[in-house]
Design a protein around this ligand. Sequence first.
Ligand SMILES: O=C(O)CCC(=O)C(=O)O
Length: 278
Amino acid sequence: MKISKEELETLQLHDATVELAVNLIKVNGYVIIEGVLPQEKVTELREAFKACMNWFIDKHGEEIYLNKKGFNEGTNHLGILLPFAPPFNDSLVIEHPFALAIIDRILGTDYAVTLFSSNTSLPGGKKAQPVHPDYGARFGDLCKISLPITDLVFNIPLVDVDDGNGPMEIWPGGTHLLPDHYYGPNGPNPDELASHMHSIKVHMPAGSILIRDVRMWHRGTPNRSNEIRPNLALIYSASHRDNSVQIPQETYDNLSERAKHLFRWQKIGYPVIEPTHE
Ligand SMILES: O=C(O)CCC(=O)C(=O)O
């Protein structure tokens, strides 16, 4: 969806825009607002991210490129946990006013960040990932009803994404609304059903924001360009989940009150991590 110049400049969404975004997430599983972050911020994030990725590949590339099959069995997809440091912990990333305005209406205001990470489709991938939701069933085989939305992924692409550089493919419209047990190992296999269903390859300009229910089926696709295609990936959750973001005390103390609240479940008072495999 597109928004007005005034909303972009004031960093404040009109009430009708928030309502539309919320309803799209509730009914369709996701919303995209195009070209939200300023170009200079996107460039800064992209260059810093490339440096992290290069560092990571120098250090861990060989052990992951097992059997010359490529990362993750030839998908060349890589999830890297980000250091909680500039420019990644910029307020436009961790507490973007558009994202919070939308997420507040879905999760209430007491939610927190439970993932601070990235997903990258690297050049040379030979196949797509299996179609998957990001989280499994909350109650194993027990719960036969659909649960409310409790976890939302917030993605920011750091490059323009099109068919050539490994767009995320999504199955919107209902795959986030299934009974809880469908997301478990004994539920229907998304990878078997998905080829019979309608999907969309998500094209979006760098600096867009994509907010999606973690349960919506999706997959990473192969990147046929020569450049990496990174998405920053945060998850905002209504209830506590395993946490691993290490935040030095001084960094935490300097966050806004809202950001402190958003990161309160993390490891406060620990040193910043190196970029680490998810
Ligand atoms: O950013 C993408 O292409 C999605 C990647 C993904 O779904 C995953 O790695 O689990």
